[in-house]
Write a protein that binds this ligand. Structure first.
Ligand SMILES: [Mn+2]
Length: 410
């Protein structure tokens, strides 16, 4: 072939106007940022399509989060499609399990540049060459879910004919083994690669993944991560098709808010402020930013430390201290600090620790103070605890001329 080079934008799982999970205690300034994130990502998707001068935009399902989308989301979508139309960009939408064709309640009319693929049946559209409309530029094949639960494979319905020199297939579903996702419209990768298409524009799996490059079989991932497992930059793909039908795929991050998990081993740390210092330093690393505007962080603490005794509410205090209290570019909000800490098991106290602990014992005056030390000593070492008890007894004998009853020194 020697056709006209063109570009397309491929996105999926936009879940417009969908709520964030687990951010109920977000600061007041952050709540609207999170509520608007999916729609702001969508605005950026439109900007990207215009700036990149794509010829077509394809959405591989779950454009809406549920079957009764808010009017706000409907208008955002309608206006967005119309805006693309003003730039001569055609839009193709294959409905998925969150926005199934037959049960999706829409209260608006769609612009003429939108093609919604029919429910349960593959249809294709030949897109004409914008300069010489008598010539085909490419063909786009797609199918929509009639309802949420589609358990049969749709792959066999995709049959390419040769009207157009280049053809794309748009499908929402599970290709290959994808743990953690509903197994909808399941297909093996080889079911797709054998069918003669140049590019499979997939949706449903929220992690970006290139399953094959010849032909291309691609999940762009969702547009805006909504919980800690949907980590890292999220956005859309722009495919550059050259005159010979070869495709180069470029990822463009669009999500305003990104998720990031920060794991830190704090073995040996005994002071919460020292842990906080280390976390603040890790959070300052701007190379690990999740979103274009800011990042929500889940912190996972591992290792052995006496801080294992802190309660979730205590860690919440630190999460708040580490979070931005007002908006700024590159904001950080610590969604939670999850402690997997275990108490230390130390056969012998580390060098110097015993001496320091015994010095502390010597400085104490009252038996009530001594008792505060036992739990701490036990977390470090039975031997240390034993030494400390002995030292306390010695001190008592020395200063008061009496011994504490054994059950009090344990
Ligand atoms: Mn889906």
């Amino acid at each position: 072939m020697a056709g006209r080079p063109f570009r397309f934008l491929h996105a999926a799982d936009l879940h417009l106007d969908s709520p964030f999970r687990g951010v109920g205690r977000a600061a007041p300034w952050l709540r609207p940022v999170l509520q608007d994130a999916s729609l702001r990502a969508f605005e950026r998707l439109l900007d990207l399509a215009v700036v990149e001068s794509v010829d077509l935009v394809v959405w591989a399902g779950d454009v809406f989060d549920h079957t009764a989308p808010s009017l706000r989301a409907q208008f955002a979508l309608r206006d967005g499609i119309a805006r693309l139309g003003e730039h001569g960009i055609r839009v193709f939408w294959a409905h998925g399990n969150h926005d199934p064709f037959d049960t999706l309640a829409v209260d608006i009319g769609w612009p003429a540049n939108l093609t919604r693929f029919p429910a349960g049946r593959v249809e294709h559209v030949v897109v004409p060459d914008p300069v010489d409309p008598a010539q085909p530029l490419c063909a786009v094949y797609g199918i929509s879910y009639p309802e949420a639960r589609v358990l049969e494979s749709y792959a066999e319905q995709f049959v390419r004919d040769d009207e157009a020199p280049w053809a794309m297939a748009v499908l929402h579903g599970t290709v290959g083994a994808q743990p953690g996702h509903d197994n909808y419209a399941p297909a093996h990768l080889t079911d797709l690669t054998a069918r003669g298409f140049d590019y499979w524009a997939l949706g449903h799996i929220h992690h970006r993944a290139v399953l094959s490059e010849s032909p291309w079989v691609v999940y762009p991932g969702n547009l805006q991560g909504r919980h800690p497992r949907e980590e890292g930059p999220k956005g859309a793909l722009v495919g550059h098709v050259d005159a010979w039908g070869r495709v180069r795929v470029a990822f463009h991050p669009l999500a305003p808010v990104g998720w990031r998990t920060l794991a830190l081993d704090v073995t040996g740390e005994v002071y919460a402020d020292r842990v906080e210092e280390r976390l603040a330093a890790a959070l300052a690393d701007r190379t690990a930013v999740g979103g274009e505007d800011g990042t929500l962080v889940r912190i996972e603490l591992t290792g052995r430390s006496p801080l294992a005794g802190l309660a979730p509410d205590d860690w919440l205090v630190m999460a708040e201290r580490l979070s931005d209290s007002e908006p700024r570019p590159g904001f950080v909000f610590v969604e939670s600090i999850v402690s997997h800490l275990a108490r230390p098991v130390v056969a012998d106290p580390p060098d110097g620790l015993l001496a320091r602990a015994l010095t502390e014992v010597d400085r104490l005056a009252l038996p009530s103070d001594w008792k505060d030390i036992w739990p701490f000593a036990d977390t470090w070492s039975p031997r240390l605890a034993q030494e400390m008890r002995q030292r306390v007894q010695d001190r008592l004998k020395e200063t008061l001329g009496e011994e504490l009853p054994a059950e009090e020194v344990r």
